[in-house]
Design a protein around this ligand. Structure first.
Ligand SMILES: [Zn+2]
Length: 461
């Protein structure tokens, strides 16, 4: 029997604001716990929250980038539950009218984007204690809820990679999953009928894109086995343990939260000037950029890598004018491949010198072999591009014609093949010349010369 998987994603993204969502405590990474706290984010009685304008601006910018409907008036609600990481006993979030509705990402509908606040960070010790760090409590957070429209783990991953890329390019979040700045909960259900949803299972505790994909695959298999036995899938929350999913002890359902409008916060009304300011944050989106690179002749898989990472994009945009296709190939296939082996990063590389080096190559001043050799030496031995340019062998000085003529004379069989139209023969001769001169000659010129001399040889026989 065939079952249709339906997947929904709930993503939390920490916003890169200067201060917290409802107080002026700074947002950042701290060595010491509980240093960025105040009576507001500690939930002391008598304090009043004040919404962070910049967080609102960021939410609107994301909504606009993803073609969502921006609510000119939205509301803050209290989501009540008791948990040690929540000093107030409730989280301020949005409920009936979120700030953004009905957005789209790679064809998947985003039902809502809620503006809310982070909880504290809890640390479980080996002795069984729970330590709490309230530095994170109250950091602005976006909750991005997709419609259950995703059909596979691959599609889920593509959606997440795109979302991460968009928030990074907008500059509203660093979205590092390993730092908890982007977190994902997954809903998976299976049904024999593509029009009717099965019982959904929520999986929490996913801290990498791979974990998301693995958990989806695992749930699809687990639920299929249950359904094939003729049993029902229990609607529940499970957690990912690295190998599989297991039931979570706490049971939470929407009705338990007793949502009600926060009496301390008036409706959130967006002014024209704020919306205009948010429009000013919009940038070219990664898939638009990928398309632009493809138009320049860059293969699709390379264009995607270059277009989705802000640091790579910055580097590539600066050098692509030399030759979009060649630069994409050199950066991704030659340079980045070696970075991991040499444990280097993008900032360790002399991109300015590299650009001049490749430009000089393009002007026909040295061979492709020397180009690659030079990059290798810069990476492995730290030889500067300036020195590499000075040491570049002068191609023009080497005359390969006498050698090539002799070679052609010594291979009459090959000349016959060429006469019959076997073009591969040209490559054979070019290879011989390149080997002899160890890449110090321009292969394009050698090829031209070889073709001319072969045609000459055919005419003379
Ligand atoms: Zn505070």
């Amino acid at each position: 029997m065939r079952f249709h998987p339906t997947i929904g994603l709930e993503v939390h993204v920490e916003l890169k604001t200067v201060s917290k969502m409802f107080c002026s405590c700074p947002v950042g990474e701290w060595d010491e716990p509980n240093v960025a706290v105040c009576p507001v984010c500690m939930g002391h009685p008598g304090t009043l929250p004040v919404p962070n304008r910049r967080a609102v601006l960021f939410a609107v910018a994301l909504g606009l980038a993803l073609k969502g409907r921006i609510a000119r008036t939205s509301h803050f609600y209290r989501k009540n539950y008791f948990y040690p990481d929540l000093p107030k006993g409730y989280q301020i979030t949005q409920y009936s009218v979120p700030i953004v509705q009905d957005a789209r990402l790679l064809g998947v509908q985003i039902e809502r984007i809620n503006l809310e606040e982070e909880t504290a960070k809890s640390l479980h010790t080996e002795t069984g204690h729970v330590l709490l760090d309230f530095n994170r409590a109250g950091v602005p957070l976006l909750e991005i809820v997709s419609a259950p429209e995703i059909r596979s783990s691959q599609q889920a991953k593509e959606y997440l990679v795109a979302l991460q890329s968009v928030v990074r390019f907008l500059g509203i979040s660093d979205a590092h999953m390993e730092k908890g700045q982007l977190r994902v909960d997954v809903n998976v259900s299976l049904s024999p009928d593509s029009q009717i949803l099965g019982n959904k299972v929520e999986v929490k505790n996913l801290n990498s894109f791979k974990a998301v994909a693995d958990a989806i695959e695992y749930e699809i298999k687990r639920q299929r086995t249950i359904l094939e036995r003729g049993e029902r899938v229990i609607q529940e929350t499970r957690m990912w343990n690295g190998k599989g999913t297991e039931p979570m002890r706490t049971k939470e359902t929407a009705s338990d939260y007793r949502f009600f409008p926060d009496p301390d916060l008036p409706p959130l009304v967006l002014t024209d000037s704020l919306i205009e300011e948010a429009k000013g944050l919009l940038v070219e989106l990664p898939w638009e950029r990928q398309f632009r690179y493809e138009e320049e002749g860059v293969p699709s898989h390379l264009a995607k890598v270059l277009a989705y990472d802000p640091e790579l994009t910055r580097i590539y945009e600066d050098v692509m004018e030399i030759d979009p296709k060649l630069m994409a190939d050199l950066i991704l296939n030659v340079i980045l491949g070696k970075f991991s082996k040499l444990s280097k990063s993008l900032s360790d590389f002399d991109w300015k010198g590299f650009k001049v080096f490749v430009k000089t190559f393009k002007e026909g001043n040295f061979t492709r072999e020397y180009l690659k050799e030079g990059i290798d030496r810069h990476l492995a031995e730290g030889v500067s591009f300036e020195r590499l340019l000075k040491e570049a062998p002068q191609m023009e000085e080497i005359d390969v014609e006498p050698f090539l003529r002799e070679l052609i004379v010594s291979k009459p069989q090959e000349v016959k093949k060429f006469a019959k139209g076997q073009r591969g023969v040209v490559g054979f001769f070019v290879g011989q010349v390149m080997r002899k001169y160890r890449g110090k000659v321009d292969p394009r010129k050698v090829r031209e010369l070889t073709e001319r001399l072969l045609e000459e040889a055919v005419e003379n026989t």
